[in-house]
Design a protein. Structure first.
Length: 363
């Protein structure tokens, strides 16, 4: 149990106290540390959405790590130590840069010290070099940006993956995964990494590897293995927005043959839709009768065709997917119980709630 002094309240509200720190040595290579409020339920990723391993029935026999924390009455800190080197791979000891743990209702902050010349990777998705540089902030907040944006290196993208991989001498890698789906900034300074999170709990998994392949495998043991893709999907694909009509798309496919470039799969963005609405086909530029012939030719050549479908339904009266969604009550709602309306390519849109089992039948 950790008590946070009220004098250390954040700018975003009072710290919650006491907190519980649960430490579970789950396997020889995996340590689980969870910091949470024992008196109030807070948002956590549901296990039925993202399953997690069951707690071990017994402690691992030969863990390659050690866990240490502050004694009773001392300022709180925790360390995860690699046994073979004695080096702390995660160390939350307070420094001049980092005053200590913060845990308010809508603001959580915790830091770990890093070597001066660290080799850090991950924390996607973003437009940044593979090896992450010092003195920058990485934002994990899903976003879709169309067209070219200035300073794309500072842009967060479609997905959020709050795991980083760090390589240390002599060629030992570990991974740190924060199981938290709230928006967050991860601040990299000269010698530290700081999480600044707007909710949830601090639910950490530490993967001790010791090599990169092992770290990835240990990570997937927690989040689940990737889907096995169909063989044809591993081939060469043509996918882009901006083909105004079927004539253009047919010419693109023909040019591949002319240039003797193998083409396994053709994709269409929302160009094929009628008014950019899901589950429609533009009757003028992509007429259904010609589309059938085009796709039959692809199949005859052993090729595949994929159409994109955006998870935003145009809230237009008479548009069947909108009317059906209203009837089945499957759209995401705001805190007042009203359908949340955003804006996507067709205009104002509602978003199917894929945590609702009825949505899968609807879709």
């Amino acid at each position: 149990e950790v008590t946070i002094e009220s004098s250390s309240n954040t700018s975003y509200g009072p710290n919650i106290s006491p907190l519980i720190v649960d430490v579970s040595m789950e396997t020889n290579q995996r340590l689980h540390v969870k910091i949470y409020d024992p008196n109030n339920k807070r948002w956590e990723i549901p296990s039925d959405v993202s399953p997690i391993p069951n707690p071990p029935s017994s402690k691992p026999k030969d863990p390659i790590y050690k866990f240490a924390t502050a004694g009773v009455g001392s300022d709180f800190w925790l360390k995860v130590i690699r046994s073979s080197t004695g080096e702390a791979i995660f160390d939350t000891t307070a420094t001049s840069e980092y005053p200590g743990l913060s845990f308010a209702d809508q603001y959580l902050e915790i830091s770990t010290q890093l070597p001066l010349k660290y080799n850090l990777y991950g924390l996607g998705e973003h437009w940044k070099p593979l090896r992450l540089t010092r003195n920058q902030t990485i934002t994990l907040w899903n976003a879709d940006y169309s067209g070219f944006i200035k300073n794309m290196n500072d842009t967060n993208l479609y997905g959020s993956h709050p795991i980083y991989y760090e390589m240390r001498s002599p060629g030992l890698m570990h991974g740190v995964f924060l199981r938290n789906s709230n928006g967050m900034d991860v601040v990299l300074s000269e010698s530290s990494l700081t999480y600044k999170v707007i909710g949830g709990v601090l639910d950490f998994y530490f993967f001790l590897g010791p090599d990169p392949e092992s770290v990835v495998q240990q990570y997937q043991e927690v989040i689940g293995r990737p889907h096995m893709p169909p063989y044809w999907s591993l081939g060469f694909h043509n996918c882009r927005w901006g083909y105004p009509n079927l004539d253009t798309l047919e010419q693109v496919v023909a040019n591949y043959s002319k240039a003797k470039i193998p083409l396994d799969t053709v994709w269409s963005d929302d160009d094929y839709m009628d008014k950019k609405q899901d589950f429609t086909v533009d009757p003028v530029n992509y007429p259904v009768d010609r589309m059938k012939i085009f796709i039959s030719h692809l199949h005859a050549n052993g090729q595949h065709y994929v159409v994109m479908t955006d998870p935003g339904i145009h809230n237009a009266s008479g548009y069947e997917p909108w009317e059906e969604g209203l009837k089945e009550d499957i759209f995401v709602k705001d805190k007042n119980g009203k359908i949340f309306i955003g804006k996507l390519w067709p205009g104002f849109t509602a978003y199917p709630d894929f945590l609702n089992p009825k949505t899968f039948e609807y879709w």
